[in-house]
Design a protein around this ligand. Structure first.
Ligand code: WT7
Length: 646
């Protein structure tokens, strides 16, 4: 085996750890009898009525369908709670670590059960029924988990909106899924600052007359404005709720949640996940990729507002009867040692975070890490964007004391769970590679014409067949679902990512090949930022591209054409930056604003982003053919204007 592999240390293996032999046996079982293999996943769930049908899939647009375990009946909250009560009632399900290092709490499965049942009854008392959409806009606190599970218990479909999104973004999501109940908190806390969640909801609801009730969790002592008849204090309303709410029997293919995510065009799409396949895949991957075993303390730092929070803070760990840590705060508050202090405080064994956090912490050097023990750690994980080998090596050497394997997990909101990743006791690692597909996952690389490429090669990453955790549709717009994912390469799911496969069959994700940005692991459409910019009265046109950024992975570079007579001042740059933050949220904050009197356009008026990307990257030696531009002279002006900006 070539020496660039990192072999997993022998003492990583415990009884029950999936080793190379075990992993190969799973692959062999899948190859020999896929249906039987998938049954293994379905059978890991607790069913109200057993399923008999395993899989019914066609990616052919004329005859499209994706159904898994589809005649079975079950309930997700019963799988995450009730079935564990017999053996684990007193085991910790959730460890809460507050923004304030003095605040933490252990919630047992018995306590989780009581909390979720009461909130399920609260939802019912306010008219929430099976199939209704419920918007959740919450800080990273156990109440967010309770309410997600309460929705699942009554069969309601939750749509969690990340707490960093603006009132406009919340409103757009509420209206798109016609949700008439919103759950929020008076305030959130992050890095010692308060986040005015309820006030943001109040602003959003000016645009949403359909919303009947806002349930308000009182997370801080701060007072909040109450709209009579509409707003309900959760602690008060819970006083009269019973702790017994039988789980609603759900078909395997009933919707579990909607999560909005950015695409290359238009407004964010409501990615819809269903019940059985999603949960089976979240549970299987959480167990396999993290070698999760009884008693392990597992911490995924993602916010519950992203899919990583759904699958790997909540559903996967709880379906496996695990102990999952929820952290309200940020990596650098009160100090840049916070992550490592939390690991020591709660004896965390498995730690899963994003490359952007690792790169930011790297800047502060080894000392803040070395000030902690981290002896409890056995496995590290990475997700959200390609991890550069330098960050991988630092994570491995400094955080993991050269002892802990790293699982670099590739997946997407759409995939529900991890698809390409090492299995830590089995897969030799290469820094920067997500290594190999999990058993049952069938990736392929295709060229621009859709020709499937074999062997060591580079191309667009597709999946030729389904897996249980795959999204089923775009809420309210099935045509958009088919168009976005199944039309570029007919018969295949197109991920939007570029990828290289090396001579060992290892996959190296190279990043998005569409107009989707990945800023600090957060997904943003260039079109969204552009439409926010042009909504400003001084702007006539805007083109947004990503460029390499040391910490964020990608930064946001905005070329902005101002209205005639408007002067491009620094003050206007500040105003536009704040404008975008206000329209979308702080995650969309432009890094560079370049005033551009003209944009490079073809004679038919199409903006040539390829050129804009090159200029933002500072790579102007080879701009390709610019002779087709309506006005080639704008390019030289833009190159000149870009100097010193990035
Ligand atoms: C996009 C999906 C689902 C995890 C959170 C992000 C990029 C994700 C990796 C990785 C390289 C990665 C891809 C993907 N991505 N994980 N390990 N290596 N790239 O979910 O917001 O739906 O974004 O994130 O570009 O398409 P998301």
């Amino acid at each position: 085996m070539p020496d660039h592999f990192f072999r997993v240390p022998g003492d990583f293996i415990r009884p029950g750890t999936l080793t190379a032999g075990g992993l190969q046996a799973q692959r062999d079982r899948f190859a020999a009898d896929p249906e039987h293999y998938w049954r293994g996943l379905g059978d890991s769930l607790d069913w109200i009525h057993e399923y008999s049908q395993v899989k019914d899939v066609s990616f052919d647009r004329a005859d499209f369908r994706i159904r898994w375990f589809y005649d079975g009946v079950l309930n997700v909250s019963a799988n995450c709670i009730d079935r564990h009560l017999r053996t684990r009632a007193d085991q910790t399900a959730i460890i809460f670590e507050g923004d304030d290092p003095g605040v933490s709490q252990h919630i047992t499965y018995a306590q989780l059960s009581e909390a979720v049942n009461k909130r399920a009854n609260l939802l019912k008392a306010h008219g929430v029924k099976k199939g209704d959409r419920v918007t959740i806009y919450m800080p990273m606190v156990p109440e967010a988990a309770y309410f997600m599970l309460a929705c699942a218990r009554v069969g309601a479909v939750h749509s969690v909106v990340f707490g960093g999104f603006s009132p406009d973004s919340i409103a757009g999501r509420i209206l798109d899924c016609q949700s008439d109940i919103v759950i929020t908190a008076n305030e959130g806390l992050r890095g010692g600052k308060t986040i005015p969640l309820k006030a943001n909801v109040d602003l959003a609801l000016l645009q949403c007359p359909n919303v009947r009730h806002v349930l308000v969790v009182e997370h801080t002592p701060a007072h909040y404005l109450t709209h009579d008849g509409r707003d309900i204090s959760v602690p008060k309303a819970l006083e009269s709720m019973s702790a017994d709410c039988p789980p609603e029997p759900m078909n395997a293919e009933d919707p579990l949640f909607i999560l909005y995510t950015s695409g290359s065009t238009g407004k964010p799409k409501g990615v819809l996940h269903t019940t059985a396949g999603y949960l089976a895949w979240a549970a299987y991957t959480h167990q396999t990729v993290f070698d999760y075993q009884d008693g392990d303390v597992y911490w995924c730092t993602a916010d519950i507002g992203w899919v990583t929070g759904h699958s790997y803070v909540l559903y996967g760990p709880l379906a496996n009867g695990g102990t999952t840590l929820m952290f309200e705060g940020v990596p650098n508050y009160p100090t840049v040692s916070r992550f490592w202090q939390v690991i020591d405080k709660h004896q965390v064994n498995i730690f899963y975070t994003a490359p952007t956090a690792i790169r930011a912490l790297m800047r502060d050097g080894e000392a803040p890490v070395k000030a902690s023990s981290r002896a409890s750690l056995r496995l590290l994980g990475s997700v959200g964007e390609p991890i550069n080998p330098e960050a991988w090596l630092w994570y491995h050497k400094v955080v993991g004391d050269s002892r802990c394997p790293i699982v670099d997990t590739w997946w997407q909101t759409e995939t529900g769970g991890i698809l390409i990743s090492p299995v830590p006791g089995a897969t030799p690692l290469k820094p920067g590679s997500a290594t190999q597909p999990l058993p049952g996952v069938q990736p392929c690389l295709v060229d621009a014409e859709g020709k499937v490429l074999d062997g060591a090669t580079e191309g667009n990453l597709c999946l030729t067949d389904s897996w249980p955790g795959q999204m089923r549709t775009v809420f309210g717009d099935h045509a958009r679902f088919l168009e976005t994912y199944f039309s570029t390469y007919p018969g295949m799911y197109f991920t939007g990512d570029g990828c290289r496969r090396d001579e060992d069959g290892y996959y190296w994700i190279t990043g998005r090949v569409d107009d989707v940005l990945n800023v600090s692991g957060h997904r943003l459409g260039t079109a969204e930022v552009e439409s926010a910019l042009v909504a400003h009265s001084d702007v006539t046109e805007a083109a947004v591209v990503g460029y390499p950024h040391d910490i964020k992975g990608q930064g946001i570079w905005c070329y902005v054409t101002l209205k005639q007579g408007v002067e491009g001042t620094d003050a206007l740059k500040v105003e536009l930056r704040n404008w975008v933050r206000q329209e979308i949220g702080p995650i969309a904050s432009p890094d560079v604003i370049q005033f551009a009197p003209g944009l490079p356009k073809t004679r038919s008026g199409k903006i040539m982003r390829r050129i804009l990307r090159k200029i933002a990257e500072g790579d102007t030696s080879n701009l390709g053919d610019i002779s087709t531009l309506a006005d080639p002279s704008v390019v030289a002006d833009l190159i000149e204007g870009a100097k010193g900006l990035g």
